[in-house]
Design a protein around this ligand. Structure first.
Ligand code: GCV
Length: 615
């Protein structure tokens, strides 16, 4: 059985482990710099110079190498950035660098029983049997991995706070503090998910945020928590969402709920990350007047400007839930006076479970481009890590974690450049092999999109598990996730004449989305209800485009399989990768046939090319 030490993620060029006695960002930076020098054929020297505090760093060329200066932990980020550039042979970017976002958080959906909600790479790295349980050396290596791409906050417990995670604020605080101490030298601070109704676990009968007793309960809690972990980054809260408790139960707004918690933690510099993933999860599918994507904007836009300064509203990138393709959430344009975090999901819940390939950088490029004229203040991403020896289940899924760090540091990152760096830091390939893998990874999202849910329709996955096709699986359910396909048309009209969702966008986007002739074709069925005979811009009918995409998606999956088989993948990755690739091929065939048959049965339109569709 191989161990995590044999899977260096993207750290192959770095020495085995950082010795225990290196216990500050400065000491770790100096260690990495010295070991780089020892191993470097050109014997390039890296001088590290610590200056105060902060994330920024500066790289300057010297006679025999480079000098990195920066605050703590900036010095560490600078050293890693430089070593990455040297190892990949990129041009060294001299001068100052500072991050696009000061909060760059990884969210673990880890439960204390050791399971991980939507986890596809084994059990929790730090919880088991209702308590902390971890390999200290591995957690240090985790710290190094995260620091090497500038991630600076780790939320260790699931936003769905299941017992006994409430004890993290109480009798397990000491263990949480020990865990925080392992990651601190790597510049990583902890965040804790808290349960809004936690005061009721002790003596209180309710948790009305305006009740003075509730406020003082949280104040006492904050005092206790921050005296154990003085650099705790803050609390993350999922409230009034998917049956979690929240202020609405007491007739209070989300601003009132969030501000009460924010006030309690403000004296310690704590941040309150309040999730905006709120919608009616008990919808009657017959009721077409309710449209789930409208929910978050309707709730939060009227509250803009009412949140305390230490509240950050954490908004999933799209209005639904981490689908393969969604428009960017309109909240990013409607909360001028509220700090916002964009929430991404590295765990491939709807995007192939870390079995199917789905490299995220091209998607993130689109998202950040879409909001380039508005503000986002922080980023968070649901972790894809677990106890599997290779950390991420599929070895290539490590790319998404690496790339997340790169985009969190520099929101203008170029997807291809990021993918190329990761390949070079992970494998020893020739230029041609590298290009081959780059091509596979760069197009993997498009391929996955083609054989799964068409043109922004969303939610054709098997309910609950979210892997594999089930076009009508969510159709008569409570979750607000409908495609409303019938024999004439498919999709939901979200224009002003329909649910009005499109009105939540600023004019510039609204005018594009509301017009089926101008709407990006890949989002067509997100915004419009269209007949199968609708003419796409290239003259094909909508139904033909759906068929073509599904056939092409499958063929392209086979192409990716051939490309990977031809690569000299290292022995410890090869089986894992090719076994998963074979499962992906099966999955793509299943999706193709189920989705094509579904639409054929409804529409009665034959495939122009007479390919196999099952009547
Ligand atoms: C943590 C979706 C997922 C849930 C997740 C939820 C959330 O509904 O399926 O597993 O719960 O999103 O983001 O809170």
């Amino acid at each position: 059985m191989r161990t995590w030490r044999e899977y260096p993620a993207w750290l192959k060029g770095f020495s085995g482990e950082v010795p225990e006695e290196r216990n500050t960002p400065e000491e770790i930076a100096a260690f990495e710099a010295a070991t780089f020098h020892d191993r470097d054929k050109e014997r390039r020297k890296i001088r590290v110079q610590a200056e105060g505090a902060g994330d920024a760093f500066r790289i300057v060329k010297t006679g025999d190498g480079y000098c990195v200066s920066g605050g703590s932990p900036g010095i560490l980020y600078g050293t890693y950035a430089l070593i990455r550039q040297l190892l990949t042979g990129e041009d060294v970017r001299e001068g100052e660098s500072r991050p696009s976002f000061s909060l760059r958080m990884l969210d673990g959906w880890d439960n204390m029983d050791g399971s991980v909600e939507r986890g596809y790479s084994g059990r929790s790295l730090w919880f088991e049997n209702g308590r902390f349980s971890y390999d200290r050396a591995r957690i240090r290596q985790l710290g190094r991995m995260l620091a090497s791409v500038g991630i600076n906050v780790l939320c260790i417990n699931n936003v769905n706070v299941h017992a006994p995670a409430q004890r993290l604020l109480d009798d397990m605080l000491g263990e949480a503090a020990d865990f925080a101490a392992i990651l601190r030298p790597f510049g990583i601070r902890l965040m804790l998910s808290v349960d809004f109704s936690q005061p009721m676990e002790s003596s209180l009968s309710g948790c009305d945020p305006l009740d003075p007793e509730v406020r003082s309960w949280w104040e006492r809690c904050a005092e206790r928590v921050w005296s154990a972990i003085p650099d705790l980054a803050g609390f993350l809260v999922k409230a009034d969402s998917e049956h979690r408790p929240g202020p609405n139960e007491y007739g209070r707004t989300h601003a009132e709920g969030a501000n009460m918690l924010a006030d309690a933690i403000a004296p310690y510099g704590g941040m309150l990350l309040w999730r905006a993933f709120v919608y009616n999860c008990m919808q009657d599918w017959r009721d077409t007047s309710v449209d789930r994507p409208c929910a978050a904007y309707e709730i939060y836009h009227p509250l803009d400007g009412m949140f305390r300064d230490n509240v950050i509203l954490q908004v999933k990138y799209g209005p639904y839930d981490f689908q393969v393709r969604e428009p960017v959430s309109p909240l990013f344009f409607g909360m001028d006076r509220t700090a916002l975090a964009m929430e991404l999901q590295l765990a491939q819940e709807y995007t192939g479970h870390q079995i199917d390939l789905f490299s995220m950088p091209p998607m993130w490029r689109e998202l950040f481009d879409a909001i380039c004229e508005t503000h986002v203040d922080a980023v968070a991403a649901v972790s894809n890590l677990g106890r599997d020896a290779n950390w991420t289940g599929h070895p290539f899924a490590a790319l998404n974690l690496f790339a997340y760090g790169c985009f969190a540091w520099d929101r203008d990152s170029d997807p291809a450049a990021v993918i190329r760096s990761w390949i070079r830091l992970t494998y020893d390939f020739t230029e041609e092999e590298e290009e081959q893998l780059l091509r596979v990874l760069a197009k993997s999202r498009d391929v996955y999109e083609k054989y799964t849910s068409p043109l922004g329709l969303c939610w054709m996955v098997k309910p609950g598990v979210h892997y594999g096709p089930s076009p009508y699986g969510y159709e008569f359910d409570l979750w607000g996730t409908y495609n409303r396909a019938d024999r004439n048309a498919v999709g939901i009209d979200r224009t002003a004449q329909g649910t009005g969702y499109v009105l939540q966008y600023p004019e510039k986007l609204r005018s594009v989305y509301e017009d089926p002739e101008r709407c990006p074709e890949k989002l067509l069925l997100f915004f419009h209800r269209l007949p199968y005979s609708f003419r796409m811009r290239d003259g094909r009918t909508l139904i033909q485009r759906i068929y073509d995409d599904h056939f092409e998606g499958y063929e392209e999956t086979l192409g990716m399989q051939r490309a990977l088989e031809a690569l000299p993948l290292p022995e410890n990755d090869r089986d894992e990768i090719l076994t998963r690739m074979a499962a992906q091929v099966k999955n793509a065939a299943e999706w193709r046939d189920v989705v094509n048959t579904f639409f054929f049965r409804f529409s009665g339109f034959a495939d122009r090319d007479g390919r196999d569709i099952y009547p």
